[in-house]
Design a protein around this ligand. Sequence first.
Ligand code: HXC
Length: 257
Amino acid sequence: TDFQTILLERDGRTATITLNRPKALNALNSEVMAEVVAAAEELDQDPGVGAIIITGSEKAFAAGADIKEMADKTFAQVYGENLFGAWERLTRVRTPLIAAVAGYALGGGCELAMLCDLIIAADTAKFGQPEITLGVIPGMGGSQRLTRAVGKAKAMDLVLTGRQMGADEAERSGLVARVVPAEGLLAAAKEVADKIASMSLPIAMMAKDAVNAAFETTLAEGVRLERRSFHAAFATDDQKEGMAAFVEKRPANFSGS
Ligand code: HXC
């Protein structure tokens, strides 16, 4: 497929989606939304892809939803088109999604990062939900996902003041998995993605599904889902391979079956 606002690369079992609207600091307009979602869904259909990285530029992962595009819309328009609703489709992508964030991840940019399964941040990353300064509130899940990630105190602080949070604070608060020097961001994200992609894809999907259940259900239901999935793993060739490889003291070679 031919994309205008993103770049798509494949290297081994890892695919990278790079937001590419540098003049607008990767502001997320409707075209970017359509293309990121379409690309992720297309990659999700390919069992040759074991992990997907979403990244931006050195200066900005994404400086938010495109303010110029939405500034003059009416309630009837945003409600009628369900503005930003399509981003939720990323939550149905089963292949692990890794956000590699350098520079600004503000508003919809922070929310896009949080739609991914894990965030790797450059030391230059700045996260924030500045919507309140524009007279709106987060609209792509920020009030919910940020609160689950960092807790009420810090989520309220960020959402009510609109202030930015640096990479170290983001790591301390549990928003990001790792912080790395900016010049090594893509290499670090690639290393994590390649590691994940070297595992059994169906098992990685199960693992991701189980962790995500922790945000959607009770502890008892979540543990039940986990145990059933754990049992189901024994129906795969990859469980046999993984355990045989351990016993035989050799690296496992997963087939995805
Ligand atoms: C449209 C944007 C943009 C955005 C930056 N640009 N952010 N265009 N939407 N979100 C454009 C600028 O207009 C400018 O275009 C160019 O990108 C470079 O930006 P500058 O402001 O000149 O850069 P700088 O001075 O370095 O400041 C960087 C910045 C600032 C601090 C990130 O751009 C900024 O505050 N941006 C808005 C951040 C924000 O409020 N995001 C939340 C959006 S609301 P020109 O043509 O002038 O060169 C949101 C809602 C989510 O995300 C869903 C709920 C409704």
